[in-house]
Design a binder for this molecule. Sequence first.
Ligand SMILES: [Zn+2]
Length: 197
Amino acid sequence: VSAPPRTADGQAFRFRADRLCLDLCSTLLWRHRAAEELLLVPDDLARWIHEAGLRPVPAVVEPAALRDAIDLREAVYRAAHARMRREPAAAADRATINRLAAAPVAAPSIDRDGLAARHAAEPAAAALSAVARDAIDLLTGPLADRVRECAADDCAFLFVDTSRPGTRRWCSPTRCGNREHVRDHRRRRRTTRDDAS
Ligand SMILES: [Zn+2]
């Protein structure tokens, strides 16, 4: 297995898909090459929940919640691929998504300064529930047919193609799209050189 490419985003969490459930899938980088886990310890999950904009951010994440997050991520990834093949999701993956979606999400409220706040007795479970509900929403809704995997052969990020013709290929045109254009260019140059020799 070849080493993962070095990119400008490094070890940072990616939020390219703008969908909670697909962005959670992106916490495992380079799935098709040397997979790199970004959710290594419970604090990583707390950081992801914070960066994903989910509130409240748990002060402490139990190891069980980290295991749930990884189970959910893999279930969503496989369920999305099943959907792309026009197949039903595996029963075990549906069970994982449904179990985590059943937990209450954070309740919204207005605080005394007139600002929105969110409360949850179990903030980590509430965050994973929001992600699981997003997956159900996406995979059973009108955008289910628009879920795609990035066309870069080393990138496994999922995205929703909202372009009118439905021909978007990259998780990010400025990231994988650019990398692919550079690779194409090198390939073409190499071919030209080989032709000349
Ligand atoms: Zn990509």
